[in-house]
Design a protein around this ligand. Sequence first.
Ligand code: 5GP
Ligand code: MG
Length: 183
Amino acid sequence: MDAADVGADFGRVLKTQAELDQRLEELAQQIDQDYAGRELLLVGVLKGAVMVMADLSRRLHSKVTMDWMAVSSYGSGTKSSGVVRILKDLDTDIHGRDVLIVEDVVDSGLTLSWLLANLRSRGARSVEVAAMLRKPAAAKVDVDVRYVGFDIPNEFVVGYGLDFAEHYRNLPFVGTLAPQAYE
Ligand code: 5GP
Ligand code: MG
């Protein structure tokens, strides 16, 4: 899928595929260094983190396993509800494990701070976060994100896993929609 397929609803490109690729390579190198000699459990947050997980994990040389969680804090709209619900829990017992949460975007930070507390309470050896995008201006709580792809403006974005009403996840870049798309 590309911008032309989105048509008149398309806004603008914020991060190109090449920018995402290059940044992921840098993050992967950093993660490999930081976890050298340890086995990492990557926890992807469905559904948005699917692309980041696929692309980041394939760049890692470290031994990793993967698991997935689905939580809900957004409906089909564009505003954070602040309410977090587990829709799908981990299959893995994370006691004693080094866990890296893989996220698409940190917006208010509410989902992530809840998730961090939840996973830390399960007795993991460490729990850190890798997020492709972060919106500093939208932060409602302070969350320590160890690995950040890009800080972006406080706008609603789609693509690279991120949806609007379940669409546009398969755009290979991160972009915005035109105002009319929300009407
Ligand atoms: P937070 O709790 O930090 O406000 O955000 C929780 C979730 O809302 C994110 O993991 C993501 O799935 C979704 N979200 C936040 N900002 C955006 C955005 O700009 N676009 C899309 N498509 N989803 C977003
Ligand atoms: Mg997410």
